[in-house]
Design a protein around this ligand. Structure first.
Ligand SMILES: [Zn+2]
Length: 232
């Protein structure tokens, strides 16, 4: 990390981290969007992670989630930890597409799980919350035989209104926006960039080169290395 980039972080009053799967691959969690092929060739994660599929094939949905999404032994890495530390100083908000609970485990104080959280599970019949351990044993709510599901945003469902409102507010207030481990191609998440303050600096930390229709600093390297070097 060069001194100028460190200074950008040191000078920032309000940082927003926009993050995705690349943050959690360092914790051993694969990107489920590339989980195709485990099933039939023509059907992808969008098919399996839809409410339509949850209703039409509850056992198949449950099976897909358990095999591809749940990694209960995964631990937060230095990327989660440094971002969490900045939120604890009330200088940062994390808005993540990840659903794996690792930001919670890292102690992130200001966090928006834009796509929900796998470890929050509820019954779609009675709306009662149940511990994730119970769900990982059975997809049926013992109390009323209702279908249990993780509180994640399925592909045919909308983002929660509160999360949209709070994310937009955070974007408008930020003087530094840091994109980490995501190519910002999934909407509506990617659209959050349109709400940034025009004076805010934007840094993208990603292995692959990203392009946006505005000025930004591209840091094309392993995010683990970047956050390992960042002083917070
Ligand atoms: Zn129930």
């Amino acid at each position: 990390m060069d001194a100028a980039t460190q200074k950008t972080f040191d000078d920032a009053q309000k940082i927003v981290f926009l993050t995705g799967a690349g943050v959690s691959t360092a914790s051993g969690i694969p990107d489920f969007r590339s989980a195709n092929g485990l099933y039939t060739q023509n059907r992808n994660a969008e098919y399996y992670l839809s409410h339509r599929y949850f209703v039409s094939d509850p056992a198949g949905f449950y099976d897909f989630c358990k095999k591809n999404l749940y990694f209960p032994d995964a631990k937060p890495n230095v990327i989660h930890e440094k971002q969490a530390a900045l939120t604890q100083q009330d200088r940062a908000v994390v808005i993540t597409q990840n659903i794996d609970n690792l930001y919670e485990e890292a102690g992130t104080k200001h966090l928006i799980d834009f796509h929900g959280n796998l470890f929050n599970v509820y019954c779609e019949k009675c709306h009662e919350t149940v511990p994730v351990e119970e769900y990982l044993k059975s997809r049926i709510h013992q109390k009323d035989n209702g279908p249990l599901r993780p509180d994640i945003v399925l592909y045919d469902e909308g983002i929660k209104q509160d999360d949209i409102v709070n994310s937009i507010k955070a974007m408008q207030e930020a003087d530094l926006v840091v994109i980490v481990g995501t190519s910002m191609k999934v909407y509506p998440f990617a659209g959050l960039l349109d709400y940034r303050n025009p004076n805010a600096k934007v840094i993208a930390v990603n292995q692959q080169l990203l392009q946006f229709p505005f000025a930004f600093q591209m840091v094309q390297e392993d995010a683990t290395k970047f956050f390992d070097e960042l002083q917070v």
